[in-house]
Design a protein around this ligand. Structure first.
Ligand SMILES: [Zn+2]
Length: 81
């Protein structure tokens, strides 16, 4: 199983076959992990991925679940497990 690689930033298009887009508000996206992709922070498979280019964002994350943060030059990524 592959891991999300942030060395050259993050583009959803690189993982199009592995991530299903659940919600897209333009600047903020919620994606479902369909193929056991691994988290760029902790290297474990994640459940949902939230991506934003905004300075601030609010995500509906299930309570009491671990989450990881990762960032590139222009994006913030949040993975829930
Ligand atoms: Zn993680």
């Amino acid at each position: 199983m592959s891991r999300i690689d942030l060395a050259d930033g993050f583009s959803i298009h690189d993982y199009r076959s592995k991530l299903k887009l659940l919600k897209d508000s333009g600047e903020t996206r919620t994606l479902e992990n369909r193929d056991g992709l691994r988290c760029p922070a902790c290297d474990a498979a994640f459940d949902r991925l939230f991506v934003t280019e905004r300075r601030t964002a609010t995500f509906d994350v299930p309570p009491e679940r671990p989450f990881c943060l990762a960032r590139t030059g222009d994006k913030l990524l949040l993975c829930t497990h």
